[in-house]
Design a protein around this ligand. Structure first.
Ligand code: BES
Ligand code: MN
Ligand code: MN
Length: 450
């Protein structure tokens, strides 16, 4: 197995670089052609690796790349999920090399999508190729690679309930999360949910001279800032009434267990260049970033933001706000709580509008399943250490839907690192991680099939 990787690794890297050259940004319609080109390339890669059939499945959004290799219908089936779309590269000026011209530096491939998720889903394609060429595929495999994960998986949410028969499987295998460190393997056993919305604060009907009218008419940006800052109190608690009502609290034992995971706060601060961390009182950094819900402004704008100074009292102010959710909060209920609350705290000198975007539900996966044990043994085989179960802070909303619609559990066996800078400038993915994933995946198939 390692000899096949050793022999072909240069090609594996070149093929990934070809994928990274396609700017398959799902958030921006200007990249639609590239998104479709990326879908075609993904499809071709499955065919080249040896699937029986592969197709592009149309959805109301971007196509889903589907392929399968059925060696024996009586054997178990692994459904591999990943996404070929990427986040926008902005702010482009902060990249040290162009985001869609992959380069290798210090053992890492640098490009938008390298870790999230092209480098990670492509490990599965190459691991499948390896199993095909070395005649060691022990069970059936289905691939489902979507093109809208970064914008809420609308197309896939449409596709899954309509294709239950096609997607029949025994487990979903996903590499779209991180390890604790390259020498501290881990498996993600939970993801947070998400409620994402945009707010609009409207003041006077036109932009005004901030000297002529300033002080006499409410400034929507000032009002928006006041409203946002009232959403969190000094202890970092969210003040929306009812927000915590359905939050599942962990037992003292569970919290102790999770805080045993290796974590160095000094190193964490140093890596982020912050003097201190900040979060909800009564919880550790590990807990704040995984088992607790949050509220964050993701973007805020209005008025004049061009060069120099323009004196203006703007007519409108906007912000994009996300809330990360935990079991058993639901995205729909929290979105409604936010909307009702935000509208209720609006002073009468402005009008407030709340526009919900996408959302998703949190998940927690079982540690006592055959699939988890297979993943754990696979990582132990290649890392030489048993992986630690960790709850992740990010969201992959479709995972909850796999459970609901297909009654399938997912295994989140990711190989990235938090320092890969996913969604940030200079995203990267370690060659070590890429090859380690290709090496580990066949072990998962082997142990799961047993
Ligand atoms: N791969 C990430 C999710 C992730 C990253 C989970 C790291 C755990 C650790 C995924 O592509 C992502 O970015 N998801 C979005 C949600 C989506 C609805 C836009 C997120 O978490 O912001
Ligand atoms: Mn991802
Ligand atoms: Mn992402």
């Amino acid at each position: 197995m390692t000899s096949y990787i050793e022999e072909h690794k240069e090609r594996f890297i070149e093929e990934l670089k070809d994928m990274l050259r396609i700017p398959s940004v799902s958030a921006d319609a200007a990249y639609k052609k590239d998104v479709l080109r990326m879908a075609d390339l993904t499809l071709q890669s499955l065919l080249d690796a040896g699937v029986d059939t592969a197709e592009l499945c149309e959805t109301p959004g971007n196509p889903i790349v589907y392929g399968e290799k059925i060696i024996d219908p009586s054997k178990p089936t692994v459904l591999v999920y990943g996404h070929y779309d990427v986040q926008p590269a902005d702010p482009v000026e902060l990249w040290h090399s162009p985001p869609f011209e992959p380069v290798i530096k210090n053992g890492k491939i640098i490009a938008r999508g390298s870790a999230d998720d092209k480098g990670q889903f492509y490990m599965h394609v190459k691991a499948f190729e390896l199993m095909m060429r070395t005649d060691s595929l022990p069970c059936n495999v289905k691939f489902m690679i979507e093109g809208e994960e970064e914008v809420g998986s609308g197309g896939l949410s449409w596709f899954v309930p309509r294709n239950k028969e096609k997607l029949k499987a025994d487990v979903v295998l996903i590499s779209d999360t991180s390890l604790i460190a390259n020498d501290v393997p881990s498996i993600t056993t939970g993801l947070r949910g998400l409620s994402y919305l945009e707010v609009e604060v409207i003041g006077p009907k036109r932009d005004l001279h901030s000297g002529v009218y300033g002080g006499a008419v409410a400034n929507p940006i000032n009002v928006l800032c006041d409203m946002i800052s009232s959403l969190l109190d000094e202890d970092g608690h969210i003040t929306i009434p009812g927000f915590y009502d359905s939050v599942m609290e962990l037992s003292k034992e569970e919290r102790e267990e999770m805080n045993k995971a290796p974590f160095d706060l000094e190193e964490y601060k140093r890596e982020l260049d912050v003097k201190a961390v900040k979060g909800e009182k009564g919880y550790t950094t590990l807990e704040r970033a995984s088992i607790r819900p949050t509220l964050d402004v993701n973007g805020i704008w209005g008025g004049y933001i061009g060069e120099g100074a323009k004196t203006v009292l703007p007519s409108k102010a906007f912000a994009k706000i996300s809330m990360r959710l935990v079991p058993n909060q639901t995205s729909e209920a929290i979105t409604k709580l936010f909307k009702d609350h935000f509208e209720s705290i609006a002073p009468d000198y402005v009008t407030v509008k709340v526009h919900p975007h996408h959302g998703g539900e949190a998940v927690v996966t079982a540690l006592d399943s055959a699939a988890y044990r297979a993943a754990s043994r696979a990582m132990e085989a290649t890392f030489g250490k048993k992986p630690i179960p960790t709850r992740g802070g990010g969201s992959i909303p479709i995972v909850a839907l796999f459970k609901k619609e297909l009654d399938l559990d997912s295994i989140l066996m990711g190989f990235g690192l938090d320092s890969d800078d996913i969604h940030s400038p200079n995203e990267s993915y370690g060659i070590f991680n890429y090859l380690k994933g290709i090496e580990t995946i066949p072990y998962f198939f082997k142990y799961f099939a047993e």
